[in-house]
Design a protein around this ligand. Structure first.
Ligand code: NAI
Ligand code: MG
Length: 480
C-alpha cells in the first residue's frame, strides 16, 4: 500500500489526529493507497501557511517573468512524471490509462504553461484620457485561494484552478476529492521540486461536509473559493462563502444536449457523439447525455451509434486497449445503477447496454424516455444516453433549453447558417459545432443556471483570481 501526505508549508505531513483514509481502486476493489484524513486543524494550518507565503511576497514578489519560468519547469516535471501521475488517477478512479496518460497529463501541463504565459502577456491595460490624465489597470493577486476539486478529471481540473491562481501571484490550498487524492500530492511534490516556494501550493486531504472541504470554504482568511462538482454542493459552498463575502467560482453539473440535424455528416456525428457520452464512462460534466436526432435520419443514425457503442472495449483500465473502465466508486456505481435499473419502469426501451461484473456498466443507449423522467432531467454521470427524435429546429431548441442545467451543447449540421443560428439560441456556456471537448484556454468556460456561477479561462480567470485596481494619473494639467 502506498502512502501519501498533506503538503503544508513545503512539508509532507500526516494529520495531527493520526486518522487516515484509503483510496480504493474501483477495478480491483482493493485499497491501494493511504492518506491522512484532514479536518479543521489541517485546513487552518494550510491556510495559515498560504497566508504567510502570500504576505511575505516569496511568490508574488518574484515577478511575473520568474514565476513564469518556474511554472514552465513545473509543467516539464509533470510530463517527466507522466506515468506516475496517470497511474495515480487510473488507480484512484478507474479511468482508462490511455486517457489519463494521453489526455489528462498533457492537458495538465498545458494548463500550467498557458496561464503562466497569459499572466505575462495580459498583465495590464492603459487607458489614455482626454483630460490630460491616463488610467491603467493593475491586476493584483487576490491572496489565498481555496480550490475544491472533483474526482472525474482529478489532476486536470486541479491544474485548471491552481495554474491561473499561481500565475497571478496567489497562494493556494487545494483539497482534492476524497476518491482521487493521489495525483494532488504528486503535483505538489513536483511544484516544490520545480522551485515553487514552500507554502505557496498546499494540499489538504479529507472529505467535504464536517471535514477539510467545509473547513476551507468557511475559513475567514480565504480570499477566493474555486469549486467544481455537484450542483447541490455548489449551493452549500456558496452559502458558506457568503458569510465571509468570499468570491466563489462554481463549475457545476450538466446535462449536455447533443443535436444531430438531418444535414449532419453522419460519420462525424456518430464518432463525436460516442466520445461525448462514453469518454470517462460518462463521468464528465460536459457529457452529451441527451441525444436529439432528426426523425428523418433517426433509424440510420441510431443503428450506427448503437453499433459503435457495442464495439467499445470495456475492461481493465490499466490495459492500453480499454476504452471504458469501471465507474469511479461503489457509491457512484450504486447511483448510476439506480438509473439503469429504472429504464423500463419509466417507459424506456433499452437499445443496448448491460450491467457487468464489479463496478462496470456497459455503454447504454435508451429511447422512449419521457421528457420528465429522471433519466432525461438529472445528471446521471455514467455511460447512459437517451435518444429522442425531433422534427423542427424550433422544437429542438426548446427541448435543449428546457433544463435547469446549461453547461454545454453539441450540434451537428453541415449547414453553416443553421449552425450559427442555433448556437446563438442555446442557453449554455459552450456550444460545440461538429465536435466535442475541444478547448481554447482563452475562451470562457462555465455554465448557465444550475451549471455554475462565473466563467474561467484566459482573462475570465484573471478577473477571478485578481483584484483589478485602477490607477489614475495626471500627465499634463494644461491638456484640452
Ligand atoms: P461533490 O460535489 O460532493 O464533491 C466534489 C468536491 O467537493 C470533493 O472534493 C468533496 O470533498 C467536496 N465537498 C463535498 N461537500 C462539500 C462541502 N459541504 N464543503 C466543501 N467541500 C465539499 O461530488 P461527489 O460527491 O464526489 O459526486 C456526487 C455527484 O456529483 C456525482 O455522482 C456526479 O453526478 C456529480 N459530479 C459532478 C461533477 C461535475 O464536474 N459536474 C464532478 C463530480 C461529481
Ligand atoms: Mg458528495
Amino acid at each position: 500500500m502506498e502512502t501519501f501526505g498533506h503538503i503544508i508549508d513545503g512539508e509532507e505531513v500526516l494529520s495531527r489526529s493520526g486518522e487516515t483514509f484509503d483510496s480504493v481502486d474501483p477495478y480491483t476493489g482493493q485499497a491501494w493507497a493511504r492518506f491522512p484524513l484532514g479536518g479543521a486543524a489541517e485546513a487552518a494550518l494550510a491556510v495559515a501557511a498560504a497566508r504567510r507565503a502570500f504576505n511575505d511576497g516569496r511568490w508574488s514578489g518574484l515577478g511575473r517573468g520568474r514565476r513564469r519560468s518556474i511554472l514552465h519547469r513545473f509543467a516539464d516535471l509533470i510530463l517527466e512524471h507522466a506515468d506516475e501521475l496517470a497511474l495515480a488517477d487510473t488507480r484512484d478512479m478507474g479511468k482508462p490509462i490511455t486517457q489519463s496518460r494521453g489526455n489528462d497529463v498533457p492537458r495538465t501541463a498545458d494548463n500550467i504553461r498557458f496561464f503562466a504565459d497569459h499572466a505575462l502577456i495580459a498583465a495590464a491595460e492603459t487607458l489614455p484620457m482626454d483630460s490630460g490624465h491616463h488610467a491603467y489597470t493593475r491586476y493584483e493577486p487576490a491572496g489565498v485561494v481555496a480550490a475544491i476539486a472533483p474526482w472525474n478529471f482529478p489532476m486536470m481540473l486541479e491544474s485548471w484552478k491552481v495554474a491561473p491562481a499561481l500565475a497571478w501571484g496567489n497562494t493556494v490550498v487545494l483539497k482534492p476529492a476524497e476518491d482521487t487524492p493521489a495525483s494532488a500530492t504528486i503535483l505538489a511534490r513536483l511544484a516544490l521540486e520545480a522551485g515553487i516556494p514552500p507554502g505557496v501550493f498546499n494540499v489538504v486531504h479529507g472529505f467535504g461536509p464536517d471535514s477539510a472541504g467545509a473547513a476551507l470554504t468557511a475559513h475567514p482568511d480565504v480570499d477566493r473559493i474555486t469549486f467544481t462538482g455537484e450542483s447541490a454542493t455548489g449551493r452549500i459552498i456558496s452559502a458558506a462563502a457568503a458569510k465571509n463575502l468570499t468570491p466563489v467560482s462554481l463549475e457545476l453539473g450538466g446535462k449536455g444536449a447533443n443535436v444531430v440535424f438531418a444535414d449532419a455528416d453522419i460519420d462525424n456525428a456518430v464518432s463525436w457523439s460516442i466520445r461525448a457520452i462514453f469518454t470517462n464512462a460518462g463521468q464528465v460534466c460536459l457529457a452529451g447525455s441527451r441525444l436529439y436526432v432528426h426523425r428523418s435520419i433517426q433509424d440510420e443514425f441510431v443503428a450506427r451509434f448503437v453499433k459503435a457503442a457495442q464495439a467499445m472495449v470495456v475492461g481493465d483500465p490499466q490495459d492500453e486497449r480499454t476504452q471504458v473502465g469501471p465507474l469511479s466508486s461503489k457509491t457512484h456505481y450504486d447511483k448510476v445503477r439506480t438509473y439503469f435499473d429504472s429504464i423500463e419502469s419509466v417507459g424506456g426501451t433499452l437499445l443496448t447496454g448491460a450491467v457487468g461484473d464489479g463496478l462496470f456498466i456497459h455503454p447504454t443507449v435508451v429511447t422512449d424516455i419521457p421528457a420528465d423522467a429522471p433519466h432525461q432531467c438529472e445528471e446521471i454521470f455514467g455511460p447512459i444516453v437517451t435518444v429522442t427524435p425531433f422534427d423542427t429546429e424550433d422544437e429542438v431548441v426548446g427541448l435543449v433549453n428546457d433544463s435547469p442545467f446549461g453547461l454545454n451543447a453539441m450540434l451537428f449540421s453541415e449547414n453553416l447558417s443553421r449552425a450559427h443560428r442555433v448556437a446563438a439560441r442555446l442557453n449554455v456556456g459552450t456550444v460545440w459545432v461538429n465536435c466535442f471537448f475541444i478547448r481554447d484556454l482563452r475562451a470562457p468556460f462555465g455554465g448557465v443556471g444550475a451549471s455554475g456561477v462565473g466563467r474561467e479561462g484566459g482573462s475570465f480567470s484573471r478577473e477571478f483570481f485578481t483584484e483589478p485596481k485602477a490607477v489614475v494619473m495626471q500627465i499634463d494639467q494644461t491638456a484640452d
